[in-house]
Design a protein around this ligand. Structure first.
Ligand code: ADP
Ligand code: GLC
Length: 480
């Protein structure tokens, strides 16, 4: 099939979170399976500076109407592997910035224009494809208006650019909510302004547009697909989702085994597999050395790597600080995000040097070392559409402690509930839930036979993209 993916992030070129990993692995897998795949992403400065993209040739000049002004830009293209072409929608004024979405303090004020330009540019770039696309697959709010913009463009120009559209929600919290005054820049007919269109409590909501106008909707785990139909998780869009229930599917992400595999991982100081864990011990030593934590042998290390936001349950961690202060354990956290959390985690870790360490940065190498060198991996998320680290940690022989929500429920089996199949510990996403799981983890660590059996089960579990890719292929065929 001819498949176009439109997303704001794409591993390995540009990443702030799991969206990049998921889209990067999906487009690669689909290309490997024989499909003709295009990935369309914004031409961020960081991406253009990468060696793979530096020589990307200009494929098209863009003149994009934005209300009654025209934005000029260009499409550049490069092909990193057979059957995969990456198209970059470039305009320096929009994408030559330090951050992707904001300056660290707040979102950029012109995000509506930046990502409208991106989506309209993506539609223009589709004219470069050799023939009509079978599927245009859009991801998250940055591409959520595209199904509607595409159909309107086709109607205006009497062409068919794509047979069907699919929209995937990676996180319903981020909706692309903008003041209605930006509507004019969409150049959509006025009927889409109203409540039956993009209007949402007086604002324009792009995610709502994706939900209403894509032919099929997916999200990244079966459990999250159920959760977002409820007020507790639907972030106000549960009513809209209810109107599309029959077209909503929960397809779990996979992990990329060429990137996340301890047997071949070039970012680790030593490699290992489920038959021979000597390399894991070396990674553990390297992690202790790097972080300056006490190098005592027999007490557990808890690792955590995440965006420091409310979603990731930082408050649950902070409320359980006594556990980390009083018990014979060590904690290492790698993350960046909201200032209030950065400061709180930093203060906690500085109060017990040798026991706790905090690295405040984005660091791909260190994230791999934490996955490999820890004994337990913490994911006390309040909600988690899919979550990737709980899968990475199982494959790296590090038992996840994960709250019982979203994709975490779908991918971690609790060892106390299912002693023969368990690969980690799951708990209610509350302070007490985490406290209880931490206590259970101490008992588990004190029982090496039980710990190793769970560890081996996790390491040999198949989290590869083949299952997910097959499910997407079936969806693409069904929608067609
Ligand atoms: P989300 O997309 O909600 O942030 P996921 O679990 O799906 O959560 O994916 C997070 C990805 O981002 C993982 O690959 C994780 O290792 C990575 N990551 C998060 N924070 C950092 C960091 N500070 N340094 C390096 N990688 C990070
Ligand atoms: C989002 C979600 C995360 C998911 C990722 C990739 O960032 O927060 O749970 O794993 O997208 O789908």
């Amino acid at each position: 099939m001819k498949i176009v993916h439109v997303a704001s992030e794409l591993y390995p070129y540009v990443k702030t979170g799991g969206l990049a990993d998921a889209v990067g692995a999906l487009v690669t897998t689909l290309a490997e399976r024989g499909h003709e795949v295009a990935a369309i992403v914004p031409g961020y400065r960081a991406l253009l500076d990468r060696p793979e993209a530096a020589g990307a040739a200009r494929a098209l000049r863009l003149h994009i109407p934005m209300g009654d002004v025209t934005y000029v830009g260009e499409v550049r293209a490069f092909s990193p592997r057979p059957r995969l072409t990456v198209y970059l929608i470039c305009r320096d004024e929009c994408f030559d910035r330090r951050g992707l979405y904001g300056n660290g303090e707040r979102d950029y004020e012109d995000n509506a224009h930046r990502f409208l330009f991106f989506q309209k540019g993506a539609i223009e770039a589709m004219s470069l494809l050799d023939g009509t696309a079978d599927i245009v697959h859009c991801h998250d709010w940055q591409a959520a208006l595209l199904p509607l913009l595409l159909r309107e463009a086709e109607r205006r120009t009497r062409t068919v650019l794509a047979a069907k559209t699919v929209f995937t929600i990676h996180n319903i919290l981020f909706q692309g909510l903008f003041p209605m005054r930006h509507f004019d820049a969409t150049n959509l007919p006025p009927e889409y302004r109203g409540i039956d269109g993009l209007e949402f409590y007086g604002q324009m909501n792009w995610l709502k547009g994706g939900l209403l106008y894509a032919d099929k909707i997916t999200t990244v785990s079966p459990r999250y697909a159920e959760e977002i139909q409820t007020p507790a998780f639907g972030c106000g869009l549960e009513g809209v989702i209810a109107t599309r229930r029959g077209d909503l599917h929960g397809l779990i992400n996979g992990i990329d085994p060429t990137v996340w595999n301890p047997a071949i991982d070039p970012l680790l100081p030593a490699r290992y597999n489920s038959e021979d864990l000597a390399g894991k011990a070396a990674c553990r030593q390297a992690l202790l050395k790097l972080t300056g934590l006490e190098a005592t042998a027999k007490t557990p290390i808890y690792g955590m790597v995440c965006r420091l936001t409310e979603q990731k349950g930082i408050n649950l961690l902070l409320a359980n600080k006594d556990f980390f202060l009083k018990e014979k354990v060590r904690l290492v956290v790698l993350g960046s995000g909201e200032k209030r959390y950065e400061e709180a985690v930093k203060a906690l870790c500085e109060s017990a040097p040798g026991k706790m360490a905090f690295a405040h940065r984005l660091d791909e190498g260190m994230s791999h070392l934490i996955e490999a060198g820890s004994d337990f991996f913490l994911m006390p998320s309040l909600f988690e559409p899919c979550g990737l680290n709980q899968m990475y940690s199982q494959v790296y022989g590090t038992l996840p402690l994960a709250s019982d929500v979203g994709g975490l429920s779908d991918t971690v089996i609790d060892l106390d509930r299912e002693p023969r199949a368990g690969t980690g510990l799951t708990f209610a996403a509350t302070i007490e839930g985490l406290r209880h799981a931490l206590k259970r983890s101490l008992r588990l660590f004190a029982d090496p036979a039980r710990y190793s059996a769970a560890q081996r089960r996790g390491m040999t579990k198949d989290f590869g993209w083949a299952t997910a890719a097959t499910a997407y292929e079936k969806l693409y065929q069904d929608v067609g």
